[in-house]
Design a protein around this ligand. Sequence first.
Ligand SMILES: [Zn+2]
Length: 300
Amino acid sequence: MLGKTHALSGAMMFGVLAVPAAPVAHLSLPELALGTVVCAGAAMLPDIDHRESHVARTLGPLSRGLACAVAWVAGGHRRGVHSLVGVAVVALLAFLGAALRSGSTSWAVAGIALAAVLAGSGLLAGMAWPGDRRRGRRVYPERWHGPAAAGVFGVVALALAVGAAVDPHATGTGVLAVLLVLTLASAARVFHIRRWTRLRTEVDDLLPIPVTFVLLVGDTNLRVVPFAVVLGVIVHIAGDMATVGGCPLGWPWSLTARGPRAFRTNSPIERGPVTWACMVIFAVTVFWNSGIANAITRHG
Ligand SMILES: [Zn+2]
């Protein structure tokens, strides 16, 4: 699926879920706007496991280096990050970051969550080799690769646990900052704002950094961010499942590509009916959520 289709479907799904959620959670218009943009960006986030993807190209060597590291740990493109394990890791990072930042969660919870990650990484180390042996496919190309990847995973989790113990607010803010910069940069990149420096840096690559800074330093309510990030990642995986390649949801235990696998990336079906359907539904939800629909009904 193309980056812009992913972004559009992410924005659409946030709008759809906000129809019942906004009145219950009393979401304000700025929160709805922030959630839409973050969800659109997060709907491109899982392709951080591909070095040529939108998200990997946003911050030059920094994001490309991150993409290479993620691909190495996740066993390649459309593997670990495009699975239920990938969703769980992103959900843990997003909600843990938000909880640590707000100080609403004691660190016992944070510690237990991180211990779960550590245990999970140990589980991965044990399970990752030799993968789907019956079909002659492997989770990792080499025998040492699985345990080494689980080790990297464990070191990152340990660093987060130490950070959470020493300075929960700073650690939570740092985790949210990384997620926000990557998702906002991905969302902005869809619009291809022209480059403005000789450093081959696009305006949209740098813009998310001051925006994220303002969001984190200011008084903005960011409670919608973790939900939008996780929803975006789920929408991305669902979108890839609809394309011919499918997604290995059961990674690392199963490498079978799941999903309806109905059309090819950039096919006339994706550029035509799929894009148009997403646009129409998105427009309806924007209309509805911004209260115009209610106002019109009231004033009849
Ligand atoms: Zn993908």
